[in-house]
Design a protein around this ligand. Structure first.
Ligand code: BES
Ligand code: MN
Ligand code: ZN
Length: 499
């Protein structure tokens, strides 16, 4: 899908734009939006409203097979009440438009909606929401089906109409939105790939490909190098697997050479059986999504590289499988992490923290401005926050409150929200071990918090935040698949940091 911006003013009217379909909004009280009025010189829109076929309810649509101005068809979309269009309403508007356009016989469309009248949001936000909704509607996960899902005709070229005054900023926003959509796509596609294809080696090759395409620096460490680094905790997780582990380091150095980088660390378990603490069989296929932290780091790199973001960002991905075997780690095993802290592995299914802790020690060498790890870490986080919010954890001091607020704000701005959870000493006590420095589980109460507390012990040399995306990275049920989250949050966070 190809996007462009077109500015309209009095000389250059919406009605004069030649297109297969023009999309305009109508309000709930049968009132026309400003753009709809401009199309209505022959009464095409107002006549349709009089029939009562469209109520103006947010997201309702009516396709008119009548020409208006230079457009062959008109798609009316309900905007809701005229006073104060909410952002939620606008998202349902964008999704409804996307749904109709993706099956239309026209090849191109002009979308002329009041994107500058969304309450509490700017036109930039409106453009990004439109692009993401349109791209979402054409995303397919049929790459491995021999008979592809119905290929609809669908609009291929979308022109977003904006007011002349918004033109130059709108173009930048469009570039960034398309880059973000490309990053989301990559993240979704990696998440949806089966675990026999999306192996640690596959993720490493994806990183190498990105590096080649966008001239990024990439390094992939193998088992020998991980042994030399004394990553005993990470290596304990890979022990039962035939697939070799990889440790990916990807660098986008768009900032000044001396600027401290932001480091993103993504959990890359390409399949989580639980290991010897084997998971129940039902639904175990979904544990292919246990690399979505890694996928979101790669997706975010795709986005920031494409938009040539002026910021130093380093992505670090520890990736392996968690499998049972005669060589696998046993519950009760004690391993030594790269930090020197010894860990009693009481449950081999709490493996995410075991690979992340060594990565979090490794990144000290970058003297980071901030480190954010992203992980499908705990089922407990899904219980706590459901599928709406990513769990956000940091220490509670001034520097960390500031980082937490940056991430929360980026989440709100990009419709990819996070909710802050506590890290406190009282929870740390649940990680006591009789035989090692720390146990890898803290019992059922507050499971997502004790997991974050475990990671916290490896992050004391820098400012750090942890995102638990177990509830937000994918959907179960009929719409099963990866969501690409939190690529929008991370990309927006980095765009703001680059300002
Ligand atoms: N990858 C899982 C977390 C997970 C579970 C993500 C369900 C999405 C849905 C993680 O490795 C795991 O197994 N965590 C355990 C921790 C427990 C053993 C302390 C969990 O959440 O049950
Ligand atoms: Mn697990
Ligand atoms: Zn896991």
């Amino acid at each position: 899908m190809d996007f462009s911006i077109k500015a309209f003013n009095t000389k250059n009217a919406i009605a004069e734009h030649k297109t297969g379909c023009v999309v305009v909004g109508v309000y709930e009280n049968s009132k026309l939006s400003a753009q709809a009025k401009l199309l209505d010189s022959k009464g095409v829109v107002s006549t349709a409203l009089k029939t009562g076929d469209i109520t103006g309810k947010p997201g309702s649509t009516l396709l008119l097979h009548a020409a208006a101005g230079q457009a062959k068809r008109v798609l009316l979309v309900g905007l809701g009440p005229e006073a104060g269009m909410s952002d939620r309403n606008f998202i349902s508007v964008a999704q409804a438009v996307a749904r109709v356009l993706s099956s239309l016989g026209a090849a191109d469309a002009l979308v002329a909606l009041p994107i500058d009248l969304i309450q509490g949001r700017d036109a930039q936000w409106g453009i990004r929401s439109l692009v993401l909704a349109l791209r979402e509607s054409v995303y397919r996960s049929d790459g491995l089906k021999s008979k592809k899902d119905d290929a609809t005709n669908g609009v291929k070229r979308v022109v977003i109409g904006v007011d002349g005054s918004l033109q130059s900023q709108a173009r930048t926003t469009l570039l960034q939105s398309v880059a973000m959509a490309n990053g989301l796509d990559l993240s979704k596609t990696l998440g949806n790939l089966p675990p026999n294809i999306c192996t640690p080696t596959y993720l490493a090759n994806t990183a190498k490909q990105l590096a080649k395409e966008y001239k990024l620096n990439v390094e992939v460490l193998d088992r020998k190098q991980l042994e030399a680094l004394k990553m005993g905790s990470f290596l304990s997780v890979t022990q039962g697997s035939e697939q070799p582990p990889k440790f990916i380091v990807l660098k986008h150095m768009g900032g000044k050479a001396k600027d401290a980088p932001v480091v993103l660390v993504g959990k890359g378990i390409t399949f989580d059986t639980g290991g010897i603490s084997l998971k129940p069989g039902s639904g175990m296929d979904e544990m292919k999504y246990d690399m979505c932290g890694a996928g979101s780091v790669l997706g975010t790199f795709r986005a920031i590289a494409e938009m040539q973001l002026k910021l130093n960002v380093i992505g670090v991905i520890p990736t392996c499988e968690n499998m049972p075997s005669g060589r696998a780690t046993r519950p009760g095993d004690i391993v030594t992490s790269m930090s020197g802290q010894t860990i009693e592995i009481l449950n081999t299914d709490a493996e995410g923290r075991l690979i992340l802790c060594d990565a979090l020690t490794y990144v000290e060498r970058f003297k980071p401005a901030a480190v954010v790890d992203i992980a499908t870490l705990t089922g407990a986080c899904v219980t706590a926050l459901g599928h709406h919010n990513t769990g956000l954890f940091t220490r509670h001091d001034q520097a960390h409150d500031a980082l937490a607020n940056e991430l929360i704000t980026a989440g709100k701005a990009s419709n990819d929200t996070a909710w802050r959870m506590p890290i406190e000493d009282a929870y740390q006590e649940q990680l006591k071990s009789n035989f090692a420095d720390i146990a890898n589980i803290g019992g059922p109460p507050g499971g997502s918090i004790t997991a974050a507390c475990f990671l916290e012990r490896f992050t004391r040399k820098y400012t750090w935040a942890h995102l638990d995306i177990a509830g937000t990275a994918w959907k179960s049920g009929a719409a099963k698949g990866a969501t690409g989250r939190p690529v929008p949050l991370l990309t927006t966070f980095l765009i703001e940091r680059a300002k």
